[in-house]
Design a protein around this ligand. Sequence first.
Ligand code: SAM
Length: 252
Amino acid sequence: MTSTHTPIWRATVLTLFPEMFPGPLGISLAGRALASGLWTLEARDIRASATDRHRSVDDTPAGGGPGMVLRADVLAAAIDATGLPQDHPRLVMSPRGRPLTQARVAELAAGPGPLIVCGRFEGIDQRVIDARGLEEVSIGDYVLSGGEIAAMTVIDACVRLLPGVMGKLESGTDESFSDGLLEYPQYTRPQIFEDRGIPEVLASGDHAKVAKWRRAEAERLTESRRPDLWAARPIAPESGKKRKPPKITTDG
Ligand code: SAM
């Protein structure tokens, strides 16, 4: 007999600071979903895999230079000790990684849940990245002091896409990046704020007009703020024809 049971999405984090978790992931949308068992989180201490009497996890960079590097042997042992099956994507947070996109987030959310390695110091010995097939992922072109906040970013972005987490199904489909565009501006009460009104069309009750205005605003914002997204958008608005979707690769 085949089972229809879907395994619960599982995030496993390897960190030198497991006490940072769940942190913000324990609050609001993600936190409620965690408490109600829609996903699970395990933060594991890399130091538990250290073998010397000082429980050291890092050493000086080969070739010299400042700072320390996380050791390949300790980190490999920590990864192996998770016992996670191969189908769980293995990420390592890194400023030199491929930038995280909503498309990659959607793929990760649709899978069994990632193993995420959080770097510290100057980074991680390249050999463990190669030997364990870690996918280097960046959350932006700036340098954080550690991978934990970056890992939380990945997990938060995934968790909100899990079935049953968001209230309305639409809230995930109509927002920034879902259609290769940034989201249109939002308005609510009061009707007048410091002499500023709400665009008339939004009070028209004409759903087609509202949708047209939103689409135009989304295109205007995307073209002016994100020429990279604009060039790669999947749909050509002027022709209504489908463009070739941007290629998403996750290999090194
Ligand atoms: N020496 C590294 C470099 O120049 O690329 C920076 C190391 S950083 C101080 C320490 C750790 O923070 C990294 O190993 C990584 O895990 C994490 N980190 C920093 N910035 C990040 C970013 N933009 N995206 C993802 N992880 C980041």
